[in-house]
Write a new protein. Structure first.
Length: 530
């Protein structure tokens, strides 16, 4: 009589099966419940300051963003890379921007390619989050501003996205495509140039229209697959363009001026529990007049009212997106991350001569910014602006919500994070290995693991910084020397401790220099800008 065959798997096969099960389960750890791999949705605002939205102290109406925060977590200390292109490079690749080829800004299609840390498009050696997730069965969609590669061979569909609708370059009119002074500026649907209709087009709405279409398509055709969606609004980046119906909500409000508005934001931050005695309201810079002595008040009021209306409209569209997720049954298992690409912008574009002075600010044909005085309000209570590496230039609101995976937390989360940490975070919840990335998962913010001390470095246009645990060493090109701050006790950078802590300064500089050499930072002549 024959013995029955042993149907048990060999020990090596059983071990492999066990490891496979662990990988499958790794995205289900957050609250211990069995959930399938989550959908992932990035929402990125453009040039939005730290205190512009309601849940971070602003007076702008943002009920939909505020609701995401109320049902998720909101961070006190989350960093971008202080500029659009470098932040987007880190968000997409999980690398420092220099490593990914975006140490500065994009290069134009007709420029000679100079490979390296400043080549001006994403390095193909480093996969994007779309490429990584697509390999594991995710559908991948992108809407909005790309700005990490102007040449067609570097566009989204070549970097892992199934579908794309958006603006390839950095900025344009919200109503039409206006000629660029150099290079190109156009909207693309997948790989084809898209011509906006003459009437009824507003860029923020259009991005959301396509986002909702893609969500519905996903539900109808691929309901069994998770999706990754990256929605990169251009709002509230200049030019200041908004509907009159939205602008009308704010013109009377901003007649109070920038001094009162900034003070009111600070008080609201205190009431929300964000501000404590560690956060003084930094003084108004000397290049900003007090409101009472400001000239052309009507123009200044109009500028800020239009800027606020742009954020308001973005929030309305986020509400539309959430409504679609709920209608499709996609909402509960979608991880939503909301943030901004840099601090508020104090840029002035009058020299570009794109503005028609006969047009009212906010209308088609106008092309202005809201400028330094209002940018200082947007970054309440911090110092400086976009491009610089003091907190005002590189700290962003960050909201993370995942109904099936993150228990809502009241107040503001103390832990720190960086935009390049988002990729390892998302890979972890999707059950994908992420051992080749410099960032670390942010799951400690809502999980049971203890936070590890974190070190981050930055360089942009000759501005330099390193944050190691609670200490930050920073030198902007306009500063005489390196400055040292304890961000835990002095988050607004008001007490420079460099002279009192020379050994710590030297140690952090050594660590920064080693990082700069590793990623390919190039030294710039003093005073040089690009």
């Amino acid at each position: 009589m024959k013995k029955p065959k042993n149907r048990l798997l060999p020990s090596s096969a059983r071990a492999l099966l066990f490891l496979a099960l662990l990988v499958m389960m790794s995205g289900k750890w957050a609250l211990g419940q069995a959930v399938k791999r989550p959908n992932i949705l990035y929402i990125l605002a453009d040039d939005m300051g730290f205190s512009d939205i309601g849940c971070y102290g602003g007076e702008v109406s943002t009920p939909n963003i505020d609701q995401l925060a109320a049902k998720g977590i909101k961070l006190r200390s989350f960093y971008n890379n202080a500029r659009c292109c470098p932040t987007r490079a880190s968000l997409l690749t999980g690398q420092y921007p220099h490593t990914a080829g975006m140490g500065l800004m994009v290069t134009m299609p007709n420029a000679a390619i100079q490979p390296g840390s400043y080549q001006g498009f994403l390095d193909e050696r480093y996969p994007t989050i779309a490429e990584r997730l697509k390999k594991t069965g995710y559908s991948t969609y992108m809407l909005g501003k790309w700005h990490v590669g102007e040449r067609p061979e570097h566009w989204p569909l070549k970097r892992g996205f199934d579908h794309y609708f958006g603006l390839i370059s950095g900025a344009s009119s919200y109503y039409e495509i206006v000629p660029a002074e150099k290079g190109m500026r156009f909207i693309v649907l997948n790989d084809t140039e898209f011509t906006p209709p003459v009437d009824g087009f507003y860029m923020t709405d259009a991005f959301t229209d396509y986002a909702v279409q893609y969500l519905n398509k996903q539900k109808q055709e691929s309901a069994d697959k998770p999706f990754f969606m990256y929605l990169a609004y251009t709002a509230p980046h200049f030019p200041l363009h908004a509907y009159e119906s939205d602008i009308a909500k704010y013109e009377k409000l901003y007649a109070q001026g920038w001094d009162v508005t900034r003070t009111n934001r600070y008080r609201k931050m205190q009431q929300l529990g964000f501000i404590d005695k560690r956060y003084p309201l930094t003084p108004r810079p000397t290049d900003i007049p007090d409101w009472n002595s400001a000239t052309d008040k009507a123009q200044w009021i109009r500028k800020m009212a239009v800027y606020a209306a742009m954020i308001d409209r973005m929030d309305q569209n986020i509400g539309r997106l959430v409504k679609a997720l709920k209608a499709n049954g996609q909402y509960e298992n979608t991880l939503i991350v909301f943030m901004s690409d840099n601090g508020s912008s104090n840029e002035n574009v009058e020299g570009r001569k794109l503005n028609d002075p006969n047009k009212k600010i906010g209308e088609r044909g106008s092309y202005v910014t809201y400028d330094t005085p209002w940018a200082n309000v947007s970054n309440t209570p911090f110092r400086k602006y976009k491009r610089f590496l003091h907190e005002g230039g590189m700290i962003t609101p960050c909201i993370m919500q995942w109904p099936s995976g993150i228990r809502p937390q009241t107040g503001y989360v103390e832990g720190i994070g960086h935009v390049m940490d988002l990729l390892p975070t998302c890979l972890e919840v999707a059950g994908v290995p992420a051992n080749d990335l410099p960032g670390k998962s942010l799951s400690y913010l809502w999980g049971k693991t203890k936070a590890e001390p974190r070190t981050y470095c930055w360089e942009h246009e000759g501005n330099k910084a390193i944050r190691k645990a609670d200490w930050k060493l920073v030198k902007d090109t306009e500063d005489a020397d390196w400055e040292l701050y304890n961000i835990k006790t002095d988050p607004c950078e008001t007490k420079n401790l460099a002279q009192k802590q020379p050994q710590l300064v030297a140690s952090l500089r050594t660590e920064y220099d080693a990082w700069a050499q590793k990623v390919g930072v190039r030294e710039r002549p003093a005073g040089k800008t690009e």
